[in-house]
Ligand binder design. Structure first.
Ligand SMILES: Nc1ncnc2c1ncn2[C@@H]1O[C@H](COP(=O)(O)OP(=O)(O)OP(=O)(O)O)[C@@H](O)[C@H]1O
Ligand SMILES: [Mg+2]
Length: 420
């Protein structure tokens, strides 16, 4: 390990930290850069995976050629093959011209495939072919073309699990994973947490011409004991929020707690975090799965409760004899119009002995009293904003929480103008 070279790289790319695991990852990136080997970068969300492909490209013989970073999770499934491999004019609706794909324009350069675990299976087959033979075919064509592209990929999902579930091709995984590099989670980096805090505090003070925030000794200890599920991205967001919102410049544990930092933050809930290093060496111990399974269980139990509640409401309505005018709206078949149905909590209680005629009541909309109803779109937008906040901007977790695909989330973020 050449310490001097590693320090130079850190300085050039703004990488802060001295943790041994971080230095080791940078060192592997430098060693592998001049080769043609494929590299797969592992690590939890927010650990800083995106800088390494650039380091690899800039230190390779390809450095004077093109470098493209492509987020596989954000490309719409319908156009992903065309984006990567190009298409022939008229090959599908909207293909008004011939188009070159990334594999063509990056010839002799490097392609960084971020979130590679999100690639659809059909695209995986095309990618495997180009990796093995350098050959690819544009969408809507049969002519075989050649390219010479070096692939660096990154993922924050458990690839072993994706393979087991049939979502990722094993042969492609081995082809991409020639050199694995793992980026350590922030909670393992010890004093680097403090260094990063200072860096972000300084950056924001420069940007907004304010005094940088600083930590008391107790606050420093609290930051070191926190689990940082959103890693460096979460730390940066936290420092930005505190710098702008807090009146204080000396940050105490109380202030940190008010921003959600707790010393036993995840231990008590039983959530276990993904550990990229363990994933590589002992896939079965990988614990991100457990966290995800727990979330799925939670979501499905919420779903069940909602379903039960819905059934209860409907059976109650079927049994209703009379309803106070100011509390209920009724769907009259002949009017074909839905009027607001406003229910207070007590009226949800099952009242088995009551019996109401059901003929006039077909369907109801439930709305909170005195609140203007949100459209589906507004509701989704609100949910996305809140969920992103809860998950410190982590889109994968947000998508999981909202039970939508990551691709759909990216699209909605774009459509709603939330992509800042
Ligand atoms: N060591 C570091 N020093 C300074 N900034 C860092 C460091 N590591 C990460 N960052 C910053 O943290 C943020 C998150 O990093 P990055 O986008 O690379 O995460 P990621 O691993 O790709 O996460 P995801 O899997 O969610 O895409 C970026 O703003 C990045 O610049
Ligand atoms: Mg990333």
């Amino acid at each position: 390990m050449d310490e001097k070279v590693i320090q130079q790289i850190k300085q050039r790319y703004g990488i802060v930290g001295n943790y041994e695991g971080l230095n080791r990852s940078i060192d592997i990136a430098i060693q592998v850069a001049p080769t043609e080997l494929s590299v797969l970068i592992y690590g939890e969300s927010g650990v800083g995976k995106e800088v390494l492909p650039r380091v690899i490209h800039d230190n390779s013989t390809r450095k004077h050629n093109k470098y493209f970073a492509i987020n596989c999770g954000s490309l719409p499934e319908g156009t992903i093959d065309s984006e990567l491999f190009g298409h022939k004019k008229g090959s599908f609706t909207g293909a008004l011209d011939d188009r070159e794909g990334y594999f063509s324009v990056a010839n002799n350069g490097t392609l960084f495939l971020d979130e590679v675990g999100e690639l659809p299976l059909a695209t995986q087959a095309r990618l495997l072919r180009v990796l093995e033979t350098g050959e690819y075919i544009r969408v809507g064509e049969s002519e075989v073309r050649k390219t010479n592209v070096r692939i660096v990929a990154a993922t924050n999902v458990n690839m072993q699990k994706a393979i087991r579930e049939g979502k990722f091709r094993e042969d492609l995984y081995y082809r991409l994973n020639t050199i694995p590099i793992s980026m350590p989670p922030l909670r393992e980096r010890g004093r680097d947490i403090e260094l990063l805090f200072r860096k972000f505090a300084y950056d924001i003070s420069e940007k907004y011409h304010i005094e940088p925030v600083r930590l008391t000794e107790e606050a420093r200890m609290l930051l070191l004991s926190y689990k940082w599920p959103g890693n460096i991205r979460q730390l940066r967001n936290l420092v930005e929020q505190i710098s702008i919102i807090s009146q204080e410049r000396e940050i105490t544990p109380e202030i940190l707690r008010s921003y959600g930092v707790t010393d036993d933050s995840l231990g008590e809930t039983g959530l276990v975090l993904h550990n990229a290093n363990r994933e590589m060496h002992a896939p079965e111990m990988h614990s991100y799965e457990k966290e995800r399974d727990m979330l799925f269980q939670l979501l499905s139990s919420i779903g069940k409760e909602v379903k039960d509640l819905k059934e209860l409401v409907h059976s109650n309505i079927d049994n209703m004899q009379s309803v106070p005018q100011n509390h209920y709206g009724i769907y009259h078949e002949e009017e074909k119009e839905v009027q607001p149905y406003i229910v207070n909590k007590q009226q949800y209680q099952p009242q088995g002995s009551m019996s109401y005629p059901s003929h006039s009541i077909q369907e109801v909309d439930i709305e909170p009293i005195e609140e203007a109803p949100l459209s589906n779109k507004e509701l989704m937008k609100k949910n996305i904003i809140e969920s992103l906040k809860r998950n410190n901007g982590n889109r994968k977790k947000t998508a999981m929480e909202l039970d939508i695909s990551e691709r759909t989330l990216y699209r909605k973020i774009r459509d709603y103008g939330l992509d800042i």
